[in-house]
Ligand binder design. Structure first.
Ligand code: OGA
Ligand code: MN
Length: 282
């Protein structure tokens, strides 16, 4: 099989074919995927009916995986390598209204795990069960957004440090039921607002629903700047909507993109995807 990478459009994401994620992959294949990710930011890999062990094997080839810190009693999927991206409750049934407030935060533009020091470098998401008309997942290219800023604006933003907290994003959807233990393991962290991708050399904005305020600025002024930048960076010219098919594996570079879920008929239709993240060095 020959690995092929074809851009979906003139924006940024690409489709990868000629690869079987159920088999161990060579270092050369990982390097090619890293290059494709650095170029396109988002890669869709169709027709990959993988199980959990195969997904862990594939994603851990890129580096160490994030380990869930959330209380296992509150997790449907106990394996700490995974997060549950679904509309199912602990019993595996469609969740009733009110039960889903925690992951409703996925509807906000974000990048994964920006609220921890070892934030996500790459996310791998596999579609296990989709509604008949699956909602897309939307992505925004933070490099294109950076490139399109006037130079004097870029100069003002460079060097700013941003505080990120999971409490910030979850509060936006009305979720505040974190236990004391969870609050302790999830203290706020700081990340630069502007970063340079080590492989592509491109600069990008690093933004998320978890971004709270700018270090050293009055909190409200920082909040307003972050809200403005998120609105700016998610305009249609920077956005690509990925259309899911059953058994797709989608992966993205969290350091230079943002993404969000799109609402669907979640009271009546099941949607289940499995998530792992390759982390950055803390
Ligand atoms: C995620 C996420 C969006 C979606 O998996 O990190 O934000 O469409 N998912 O489910
Ligand atoms: Mn996410």
């Amino acid at each position: 099989m020959t690995l092929q990478v074809r851009p979906f459009n003139a924006l940024f994401a690409a489709q990868v074919t000629g690869i079987d994620l159920r088999q161990p992959l060579s270092r050369d294949t990982y390097e090619k995927l890293e290059d494709a990710l650095a170029t396109y930011g988002v890669l869709g890999i169709p027709s990959q009916p993988i199980d959990d062990a195969q997904q862990v094997q594939f994603s851990s080839g890129f580096g160490p995986l994030h380990q869930a810190s959330r209380d296992p009693a509150q997790r449907r999927i106990k394996d700490p390598n995974f997060q549950d991206v679904s509309n199912l409750n602990l019993q595996g049934e469609i969740a009733r209204s009110g039960e889903r407030a925690y992951s409703d935060a996925n509807l906000l533009w974000h990048t994964d795990l920006s609220f921890v020091a070892a934030s996500a470098r790459i996310t791998v998401l596999s579609a296990r069960e989709l509604p008949a008309e699956p909602p897309p997942t939307e992505f925004a290219d933070m490099r294109a957004a950076w490139d399109a800023l006037p130079t004097d604006r870029q100069r003002e933003l460079e060097g700013l440090q941003v505080e990120h907290s999971v409490l910030t994003s979850r509060a936006k959807t009305g979720y505040t039921r974190f236990t004391e233990a969870e609050r302790k393991v999830l203290p706020p962290v700081t990340h630069p607002l502007v970063r340079r991708h080590p492989r592509s050399g491109r600069k990008s904005l690093y933004l998320a629903s978890h971004a709270s305020h700018i270090i050293g600025w009055p909190v409200e002024k920082g909040r307003a700047l972050l809200a403005d930048l998120i609105e700016y960076a998610t305009q249609p010219q920077f956005v690509f909507a990925y259309q899911w098919n059953p058994f797709d594996v989608l992966m993205w570079d969290d350091t230079c993109t943002m993404h969000r879920a799109v609402p669907f008929d979640s009271r009546n239709q099941r949607r289940e995807l499995r998530w792992n993240a390759v982390v950055e060095p803390a």
